[in-house]
Design a protein around this ligand. Structure first.
Ligand code: P6P
Length: 343
C-alpha cells in the first residue's frame, strides 16, 4: 500500500498563514518568498564552494574589518538583488555594508518593509566546512515615502514583523516566525522546494547543553564564570553536569540548542564589554525566534527585544535558550556582576 502524506511547501504555508491576517495583501508573503529564492541560490554556491575556487578571501575587508570570503560577498549581493527586485523592501541594513542600502527606484520606494540581515553568518567557518547561516529580520517602514532610511532600521525587536534564519548544513533549512510560533522547512534540493519538516518548534523541557567560547573564560564577568561552574556541578535532578557544545557559528549553535535543548551565551568581556554579536541582525532575530519557541533572550539584565538600537552595527551581550536557563544566567549576573548592567 502506498503511504501518502501531505507535503506542505513553504509557499503554501505562507499563503495559508496570510489568510490569518485579515489586512494582509500578500506583500509579506512575496517578501518571504524573495528571501527563500535567494537562499536557494546561496545554498547552491555554498555546496559548490568545495569544487569551485570560491573559497578564500575576496581580497577586501568588510566594514567589520574582517577579511571577506567570496561567499560573503556573493550572499550579500544575492539577497540585496532579490530584495530590491521584489519591490516589497525599501531598505536593507546588512552586516557587510556600513550604511543602510536604500532602494530609491520608484518600484521599491513603494515597499512597506525594511530588512536587517546577516547574509552569511559564521563565514569564518566556510573553509572548515562547518555549517553557516543567513539571519534576517523584517520591520514595517516608519517613513512615509521615498527610499527607506536608517531610522526605519533602528527599531527595537518588539516591532519585528517576521524573523528567521537559513542554516546551510547537512540539510538546508529555513526557520522563521511571524509572531505565531516557529516553523522549520527543509529544502528538497532535487526539486528546489522548502517543505514543512519542523512544525511549531519549541525548546524541549529537558535541556542540558550550554554553549559558550570558554577560551574567553578569564575575560568573562564573574556572573558568567559562576554560571559556567553551575553548569558543571553534579546534580542529575537538574540534568547537570550539562554537556558543552560550541561550534562558533551562531545559527548552528542556536539551531542545535532549539532542537536538543540548551542555552547559548556570548557575554561581554573585559576586552569587549558589549560582546561580539550585533543587536540588529543577529541578536534581535534570534531573540524573536527564541521567544516564539517558548524561550527567552537577554543581555543579562534586559529583554533583548526591548533594547532601542542607537547604531546599525552595535553589539550586545547575548544569552538565549529555554526560559528557565536564561533566568538562571540572569540570576548569576544580578548577584555577581551588577556592574555589567547596560543603561
Ligand atoms: P567566537 C561568527 O563569526 C560569529 O559572528 C557568530 O556566528 C558566532 O556565534 C560567533 O561569531 C563566534 O565567535 O569569538 O566564539 O569565535
Amino acid at each position: 500500500m502506498v503511504t501518502r502524506y501531505k507535503i506542505t511547501t513553504l509557499t503554501e504555508f505562507i499563503i495559508q498563514r496570510q489568510s490569518e491576517y485579515p489586512h494582509a495583501k500578500g506583500a509579506l508573503t512575496r517578501l518571504l518568498n524573495d528571501i527563500a529564492t535567494a537562499a536557494k541560490i546561496v545554498n547552491r554556491e555554498i555546496n559548490a564552494a568545495g569544487l569551485v575556487d570560491i573559497l578564500g578571501a575576496a581580497g577586501q575587508d568588510n566594514i567589520q574589518g574582517e577579511a571577506q570570503k567570496k561567499l560573503d560577498v556573493f550572499a550579500n549581493e544575492m539577497f540585496i538583488t532579490a530584495l530590491k527586485g521584489g519591490g516589497e523592501c525599501c531598505a536593507i541594513a546588512s552586516e557587510e555594508n556600513e550604511k543602510v542600502i536604500s532602494f530609491k527606484n520608484e518600484f521599491s520606494e513603494l515597499g512597506k518593509y525594511v530588512i536587517a540581515i546577516d547574509p552569511l553568518d559564521g563565514s569564518s567557518n566556510i573553509d572548515a566546512n562547518v555549517s553557516i547561516g543567513t539571519i534576517f529580520s523584517i520591520y514595517r517602514r516608519k517613513s512615509e515615502h521615498g527610499g527607506g532610511t536608517q531610522e526605519d532600521l533602528l527599531q527595537p525587536g518588539i516591532n519585528l514583523v517576521a524573523a528567521g534564519y537559513i542554516i546551510y548544513g547537512s540539510s538546508t533549512m529555513l526557520v522563521y516566525t511571524t509572531g505565531k510560533g516557529v516553523n522549520g522547512f527543509t529544502l528538497d534540493p532535487s526539486v528546489g522546494i522548502f517543505c514543512l519538516s519542523h512544525p511549531d518548534m519549541k525548546f524541549p523541557e529537558k535541556a542540558n547543553i550550554y554553549s559558550i567560547n570558554e577560551g574567553n573564560y578569564i575575560y568573562f564577568p564573574d556572573g558568567v564564570k559562576k554560571y559556567i561552574k553551575h553548569c558543571q556541578e553534579n546534580d542529575p535532578e537538574s540534568y547537570r553536569p550539562y554537556t558543552s557544545r560550541y561550534i562558533g557559528s551562531l545559527v548552528s549553535d542556536f539551531h542545535r540548542n532549539l532542537i536538543k535543548g540548551g542555552v547559548f551565551l556570548y557575554p561581554g568581556t573585559a576586552k569587549n564589554p558589549n560582546g561580539k554579536l550585533r543587536l540588529l541582525y543577529e541578536c534581535n532575530p534570534i531573540a524573536y525566534i527564541a521567544e516564539q519557541a517558548g524561550g527567552k533572550a537577554s543581555d543579562g539584565f534586559r529583554r533583548i527585544l526591548e533594547i532601542q538600537p542607537e547604531t546599525l552595527h552595535q553589539r550586545s551581550p547575548f544569552f538565549t535558550g529555554p526560559r528557565w536557563m536564561v533566568e538562571k544566567v540572569e540570576e548569576y549576573m544580578r548577584e555577581f556582576s551588577p556592574e555589567e548592567r547596560k543603561s
